[in-house]
Design a binder for this molecule. Structure first.
Ligand code: ZN
Ligand code: ZN
Ligand code: ZN
Length: 389
């Protein structure tokens, strides 16, 4: 199959993970522009900030004091999005057969009473249209480092491996000690992503339900497995490794691609070469190092792209803490890096207009984006600047 014609024509690409389509308009960028680089120069943030609620020894607004941690540090978010203990919410009975019986009874009563049946019908439709369910959970913050001014791009492989180990401990801990169904580990980096504190950290939200994004992906992966007898992401990885058109970085255990269906200009999908279901399967130090290595490579490439502290949202998708055997089997550990920058440190892609009301759209193709990222050096631009001074 030759897809080269797609370089010139407007087209849609299918995302099998989400079962949705992306409009691609490559003709709007006749050739990949180089973009403007606005070098931020050296890191001017201090190593320790007395005002930062994540720095070691500092007081948080909830009153607790951070310990003098040396590597990573995990605590329960003082302003969690979900509550661990709360009143149960029993949604109104909306079982269809129950409603029919109830409806008939009420109807009968109503007709016998000579009244209009309209009022009971309205009650049924309300429970059909105004649905809600209670959610319980617990939100954690994971500090990556005691150093206020480091990012994943600045950290060594052993430092990132320690973070991977912390993610594993947290997954294991909440799986054993809480009743929750799901954990979403994610990092918001940079003010462009609404992250106000530069101290390197991520969050992990555990919830009693499986949230929308992983739930939709899991549903599609399960349907794929059922229809084709194989793992969707293993099959996708094999296609990408054969074509080698969208690969950004690769090591012995991981491959990072700008996915065929990428929405964000420089979005990447990081896939494990082994079909592992959760990060707990990264059992050896070497496994954790290779995971750390691909994360470091992507973080450095992103910063080098526009010589800036590249903002993104990153998250790990994996099998839920609790689920069926089928759900576990259909999973395949992967990371999404979703960065908003388009062609410089300041020009951001917005999801507005047609994209909110009709369909997501992009200009440069994922192949062009992959080539840009692939061509970038493995040394962080800031380190070069520091070395040269
Ligand atoms: Zn700090
Ligand atoms: Zn797989
Ligand atoms: Zn995913």
């Amino acid at each position: 199959m030759d897809e080269s014609v797609l370089d010139d024509i407007s087209h849609r690409r299918y995302n099998p993970l989400r079962d949705n389509w992306i409009l691609v308009s490559p003709h709007r960028t006749k050739r990949p522009w180089l973009g403007q680089q606005e070098t931020q120069g050296k890191n001017t943030l201090p190593d320790y900030d007395p005002e930062c609620y994540l720095c070691p020894g500092n007081k948080r607004s909830g009153g607790a004091q951070n310990p003098d941690f040396k590597n990573t540090f995990v605590f329960v978010n003082d302003f969690s999005a979900v509550k661990e203990e709360q009143a149960d919410y029993d949604p109104p009975q909306s079982d269809a057969s129950f409603l029919v019986v109830l409806g008939l009874l009420q109807c009968q009563v109503a007709i016998e009473a000579g009244a209009n049946a309209e009022s009971y019908r309205r009650i049924d439709k309300t429970s059909l249209l105004l649905k809600a369910e209670g959610v319980k959970g617990k939100c954690y913050v994971v500090c990556f480092s005691p150093a206020h001014n480091k990012t994943l791009a600045d950290m060594s492989i052993p430092e990132i491996s320690t973070i991977v180990g912390t993610w594993q401990s947290l997954y294991r801990d909440v799986q054993s000690n809480t009743p929750f169904r799901s954990i979403q580990i994610f990092e918001n980096k940079g003010a462009a992503m609404g992250c106000s504190n530069p101290h390197p950290h991520c969050q992990a939200w555990t919830t009693s339900h499986l949230p929308e994004e992983p739930a939709a992906e899991l549903k599609n992966m399960m349907e794929y497995q059922q229809a084709h007898g194989s793992c969707m992401l293993c099959d996708y990885l094999a296609v990408e490794l054969e074509k080698r058109e969208r690969i950004v970085a690769e090591n012995d255990a991981w491959v990072a691609v700008c996915p065929w269906w990428a929405f964000w200009p420089f979005e990447t999908l990081v896939l494990s070469k082994r079909c592992i279901k959760t990060i707990l399967e990264l059992e050896s130090d070497k496994d954790r190092e290779l995971f750390a290595d691909i994360i470091s490579t992507i973080a450095i490439k992103y910063d080098n792209l526009f010589e800036t502290q590249f903002p993104y949202s990153m998250g790990i998708h994996q099998a839920p803490l609790r689920g069926t055997d089928e759900e576990h089997a259909a999973n395949h550990v992967h990371l999404h890096f979703l960065p908003p920058l388009l062609r410089s440190a300041t020009v951001k892609k917005f999801q507005v207009g047609y994209e909110l009301l009709a369909e997501p759209q992009r200009d440069i193709t994922p192949e062009q984006a992959a080539r840009r990222l692939q061509g970038l050096g493995a040394e962080l631009y800031r380190k070069k600047l520091e070395g040269g001074s």
